[in-house]
Design a protein around this ligand. Structure first.
Ligand code: CO
Length: 174
């Protein structure tokens, strides 16, 4: 089921999400709805708080490029991370990011190049993963959501001011 996206500056985006304790049907339904919602909005990742649930769950699905040049995000290619913890991060990289909670805004953000993360899957199985590519960026962006942070908070003071002004102007027009 496609759920409504929580849009900036909704205060729920500032919540520190809670640890998942039961890996049950309700969690699976939430993860399935998050996938449907991410697909419907053409996103590559989504944290539970973005559909209004303050629990430490996120999904990432980096589009695969098919032979015909089409991009696809099959469900079985979805990385589901429950209670993720970044164990190591190093290096730095600047990458243009966007967020379904801040629609239409794309800004360059500096993050670690390499991360090592531990997490649980939907069945409560423990995993660790390392990446130094786009996935590493996505993991940092999505885990920030679990700690109540949105990517625009990482912009420089001047860029942030410009964003807030533009965002208010857009809200008035809507
Ligand atoms: Co986001």
């Amino acid at each position: 089921m496609v759920r409504e996206i929580v849009v900036y500056p909704d205060k729920r985006l500032k919540l520190i999400s809670k640890e998942v304790v039961s890996f049950d049907g309700a969690l699976h339904d939430l993860l399935d709805d998050m996938y449907d919602t991410m697909r419907a909005r053409n996103g590559v990742g989504l944290a539970a708080i973005q559909v209004g649930f303050d629990v430490r769950a996120l999904i990432i699905n980096i589009p695969l490029e098919a032979a015909d040049g089409e991009h696809d995000q099959p469900k079985d290619n979805t990385l589901e991370m429950i209670n993720p913890v970044i164990l190591e991060k190093d290096g730095s990289e600047v990458f243009q990011e966007g967020c379904l909670s801040v629609p239409g805004v794309y800004e360059e953000v500096e993050r670690a190049k390499h991360v090592k993360v531990e997490y649980y899957d939907r069945d409560g199985k423990h995993h660790t993963l390392e990446d130094d590519d786009f996935l590493a960026i996505a993991i940092q962006h999505e885990t920030d959501h679990l700690d109540g942070k949105v990517f625009i908070e990482k912009l420089s003071y001047i860029k942030r001011k410009k964003f807030e002004k533009e965002w208010r102007r857009r809200a008035k027009e809507a």
